[in-house]
Design a protein around this ligand. Sequence first.
Ligand code: SAM
Length: 300
Amino acid sequence: MVDYFLSIWEKYSLPFAICELGGGDGTFALQFGNIMRKRGKNNIQYIFVEQNEWGRQNVLKNLPRTWDVQVFTTIDDFINSHSHFNGIIFSNEFLDAQPVRVIEKSSDEIYEIYITMDKQLKLTETKRPCSEDLLYLIADFDLEITNGQRIEVPIYINPIMSKISRLLREGFVITVDYGYLKQDWEVPSRREGSLRGYYKHQLNKNVLNHVGEMDITHHVHWEPWIAEGNKHGLTCRGLVRQNEFLLHHCNILQYLKSNNSTDAFSGEAKRNRAIRSLILDDGLSQLFDVCIQQKKSSSG
Ligand SMILES: C[S@@+](CC[C@H](N)C(=O)[O-])C[C@H]1O[C@@H](n2cnc3c(N)ncnc32)[C@H](O)[C@@H]1O
């Protein structure tokens, strides 16, 4: 990733600046910092947007002292303190954590799924005919839904993309996430949508369980994300599986170490195994996509 960022900063004469959205506990930022430090890059601007206080403090304390590190709780806070940003806006599993509304179609009618409380004070679902504002968004996103199907409406796409495009004058938006294209939603096993909860790292399909304690995620709708970017002057330069991205954009194979040792637990063997798991088709990397969008300055 470091090599990829360096290559686009240099190729497009962009400032060495990165804005990470939803950076969590700061793991990516700190690993990035360590590698850049080893390469002698002492003049990076790192903007870390994360609502979690601990993550922000971790990044402030541990990124290289010579860098211009700034942390913000929300994108709005960042916008309020900067008129614009040039560089790379990066996120990993940020969009899948954003709020969605859920719709279902039955008897040719689109319903929205709401949550209510039953007499035993248990959270339960209830259906109501879909509101006009949501129907407008469904049409705008060109979401297709058939009878018996349920799907999430990514209501966050417009607000987030318009904030990003207001900030970014020139540079790239690199978004790593789980996502589907239109045809992927047609697969029978996905007819119930993609909303899932993770409780103590275990998948829990009922998002009403463990309220407030589960990490709730959904798959990003890539076409609306890309289309909204286009409306705001961001051109999609590619949407690829993470393993293809690592092979073709990051040249990951250069990091394989020749290993003559028979020790399966040697440093080289472990490193080579980790690289293999990132690029094999049946690895975890297959589940993630990387969306690359570029905004050129209006003067250039
Ligand atoms: C699924 S986690 C991903 C964390 C990290 N990027 C990673 O890959 O491990 C999503 C993160 O986004 C943060 N987040 C979600 N919505 C946010 C928002 N609107 N503003 C700032 N942070 C947000 C959450 O606090 C959480 O740390």
